[in-house]
Design a protein. Structure first.
Length: 329
């Protein structure tokens, strides 16, 4: 009992830290736990669902494919400000800004800096390199904040030119969008309160595990052999609030996202090995193959000229070798 109380107090401090970090971020649940309050049942973030069946199980299984193989660059990168006539990039240049779908809830990858109000992180910096390649100016960009679930519809409806948002390339998604070559190799793990005895996904049978709706993380939790109870929410920070309130036993998603949580809340820890591979690609409307090839030429340059390594160093620590590009044509 004493232990649980201790955890509860930690949770309030942790929640306050998260709220401070993400202040001004509209996606933080407005119903934050009362600090020092007497309410017995803390209010939940909205949009919480408990799954009894695997999420978005495709009616017909997606055909197998090499999801990490993208479209080969068609030649050297054109100079900034000189996009080939009639290309998707020329249309973007004419508009005067690149529109990019990002996250504002994932510390280190895509988050809103509460002091500057600016979006920052590894994915945001990668997106700025695309704007720089088109315009010669990384600020010619308009961000649209998307949840995991909103990524594919935003591309299908052409609300954005590209999504750079911790997005795993997989065969099911390739049926609806196109992906760049892999620009980050993530993998799914588990985050629990630091007092928890959970050692990984295998010890979560019958226990509640949070992930966002529309994420591959949720499908991986729902399909885990141990049989955890998958709980879905709109935003990753909603998962952290549920964990801090003791309403779920764990969060399971990419190591990148969990690293951000662990940095935000010292009363949490990442446990167990990676149990999936989550290679990230930038995602595009399916027909925009010229833009995919352009970005792949850019990614080749960012990998070889040290830009990828310096962006990695800024957000995620000492860089490993960047992922090697694979192409399907
Ligand atoms: N990489 C996973 C995905 O693409 C989880 C990340 C997220 O949803 O933000 O679904």
């Amino acid at each position: 009992m004493t232990k649980r109380f201790g955890r509860g107090r930690g949770a309030v401090v942790g929640a306050a830290a998260v709220l401070a970090l993400l202040a001004g971020c509209g996606a933080v649940p407005s119903s934050a736990p009362e600090i020092g309050g007497g309410s017995a049942v803390p209010p939940r973030p909205t949009g919480v669902e408990e799954l009894t069946a695997p999420p978005s199980a495709p009616a017909v299984a997606a055909p197998s494919c090499d999801a990490t193989a993208s479209l080969r660059p068609s030649g050297p990168l054109p100079a900034a400000g000189r996009m080939p006539g009639g290309s998707t990039m020329a249309r973007i240049a004419e508009r005067g800004r690149l529109t990019v779908g990002v996250d504002q809830n994932t510390y280190l990858m895509g988050f809103r800096n509460p002091f500057s109000g600016e979006l920052e992180g590894f994915d945001v910096d990668m997106a700025r390199e695309v704007a720089r390649a088109i315009f010669g100016d990384p600020t010619r960009i308009q961000f649209k904040v998307l949840t995991s679930e909103e990524r594919i519809p935003a591309l299908e409806n052409r609300e954005v030119d590209v999504v750079v948002r911790t997005m795993t390339v997989n065969c099911e998604r390739w049926q609806k969008v196109a992906f760049s070559s892999v620009y980050y190799q993530a993998g799914q793990r588990v985050l629990v309160p630091s007092t928890s005895d959970v050692t990984g996904i295998e010890s979560l049978g019958g226990r509640k595990v949070c992930a966002t709706k529309g994420s591959s993380s949720l499908a991986n939790v729902a399909g885990a052999p141990a049989g955890p109870i998958a709980v879905s929410v709109p935003n990753w920070t909603d998962c952290l609030v549920l964990l801090q309130q003791g309403q779920v036993d764990a969060i399971s998603t990419d190591n990148t996202i969990l690293a951000g949580f662990a940095a935000q809340d010292p009363y949490t820890k990442v446990v167990g090995p990676q149990f999936t591979a989550e290679p990230y690609g930038m995602a595009f409307p399916r027909p925009d193959e010229d833009f995919v090839r352009f970005v792949n030429a850019l990614l080749e340059r960012l990998r070889s000229d040290g830009t990828w390594a310096s962006i990695h160093g800024r957000w995620l620590g000492a860089p490993p070798a960047p992922p090697v590009a694979a192409y399907r044509d």
